[in-house]
Design a protein around this ligand. Sequence first.
Ligand SMILES: [Zn+2]
Length: 368
Amino acid sequence: MSASSAAAAVVNRLKFEGSDAFHKTVKARVEGYFRATGRKPRDCWQMYLKTAIIFGWAISSYLLLVFATSHWWQAIPLAISLGFSMAAIGFNIQHDGGHKAYSDKPWINKIMAMSLDLLGGSSYVWDHKHNTLHHTYANIHEHDDDIEVGFFGRLAPDQKWRRFHRLQHIYLWALYGLLPVKWQLFDDFHSIARGKIGNYQFSRPKGWNLLVFLGGKLQFYFLAFGLPLLFHKWYLVLGLYLLACWVMGIMLSIVFQLAHVVEEAEFPLPNEVGKIETHWAVHQVQTTVDFARKNPVLCWFLGGLNFQIEHHLFPRICHIHYPRISKLVEETCREFGIQYHAHKSFFAGVASHFRWLRTMGQPAPATA
Ligand SMILES: [Zn+2]
């Protein structure tokens, strides 16, 4: 067995132990909620309306930016608006579609998931990175690729410390904004060329999936660079591309970090025999933190990602149900003695992430 397949086997072997009583109870209560209210977990009209509004927002921002701007003071707000609308596509449409939480019809989920290809990312790579790795092994070092930001940052206690991490709570925020540029231009190609994400091996896309991957990248480069270059100078196109992507990257990264990389989240490790000593569902609650649950604007814009505990327990339920489900989840956690963490506001979460980065920027003791 080669070193790489050995590493992949380690990932695949990692198992969870512990009682499933909490999971069974919370699942039964959420199923009871759908039975009692007659609501559908997927195919909700609110989602279809939301999709139309967000696509309308993104398309109008893009068209105005490319075809109707002649001054910097018009271009900058439009690029920022485009960045926010792209983040909204990711949070709401792509994420629900990618989790098969949008519809009961697989082809609708697939189309919604492919909105990531429209934004320059690969829905194929995301499916492996996010659904398989992050949602199974949340916050487990060397298993959850989402907590690996590479050389520049130390987000978990078991990651390697470097001297300049002392300042990561200051500089990482700016680098978060560059993450979309990295996956649009480099990461997806790199993952597919290696056939691996971190230590996890996955099969390279073939046939239709390969076509979507290559077609998606080409259409993104055409929309981001090819078409605008016909009408504007190259440095304006490049600058506004970076600004729109930076806004999207900051939003996507911060929302992820507030859910998992804060003081209240745990970073468990497997024991000597390669097992996590809690049940999978308990692990999801312990490694995840909600925020701003009563903020209606954020609840709409973030696609339920301020309710990540609920999302991690019920990834196949459309996010518009999370605010109601969260009451059942919180109650059940209390009954089972499992800590349920939620920051009251977005800024309380940001402050906690800042403090966690500062703590992880110190060499020792590296305690969770
Ligand atoms: Zn997810």
